[in-house]
Design a binder for this molecule. Structure first.
Ligand code: IMP
Length: 182
């Protein structure tokens, strides 16, 4: 049997469901305002963490969208970033000269965001490439990357819920919280 080694009762609430939903709607408005009217946006879900944010965001976008999915290997079961990453399960259409929005759950060190941005620019040559993340851990940054849009800036805490996991658990929570270290 697989059980989490953290107890959900110890979780401290950071962002309740309603606050996240309000923010996601605001982000959709911001994003719609920036992409050219009447043009399709290819929105890229970075699995697995951004799955909830991605689906919720897509519901509020007014542009035509095409939903695409990509998976990056790096974190494994650890809570630390790795410099060693690669795109797996990459079955993207031709994005050349198209509008692309990369949708992430969180930018921590920025290594993933940098890898993705560089890869899309070089391999896909999009017309417009923008990056949105729900959470921005600015204080943990190890690269010069900054998202075009973000929902909330957070301290250097390991957070779970709303797609974000700890060892594969807690992704399904509709809110975001953290386990205090003591
Ligand atoms: P970065 O490459 O260090 O910016 O990390 C990006 C990825 O690490 C995210 O897409 C998440 O999957 C994972 N990650 C970073 N911080 C957290 C966290 O606090 N909770 C859960 N996952 C995290």
């Amino acid at each position: 049997m697989s059980e989490p080694d953290k107890n959900i009762n110890d979780l401290k609430l950071l962002f309740p469901e309603e606050k996240i939903q309000k923010k996601v709607k605001e982000l959709a408005l911001e994003i719609d305002a920036v992409f050219p009217e009447n043009e399709t946006i290819f929105i890229i879900c970075v699995l697995k963490g951004s799955v909830m944010f991605f689906t919720e965001l897509s519901k509020h976008l007014k542009h035509n969208v095409q939903m695409e999915f990509i998976r990056i290997s790096s974190y494994g079961n650890e809570t630390k970033s790795s410099n060693n990453m690669q795109a797996i399960d990459l079955t993207l259409p031709d994005l050349n000269n198209n509008n692309v929005l990369i949708v992430e759950d969180i930018i921590d060190t920025g290594l993933t965001a940098k890898f993705l941005t560089d890869m899309f620019k070089i391999k896909h040559k999009p017309k417009k490439l923008l990056f949105v993340t729900l959470l921005n851990k600015k204080c943990a940054r190890q690269t010069d990357i900054n998202p075009d849009f973000y929902g909330f800036e957070i301290d250097d805490k390991f957070v779970v819920g709303y797609g974000l996991d700890y060892k594969g658990f807690f992704r399904n929570l509709p809110y975001i919280g953290y386990f205090p270290s003591n």
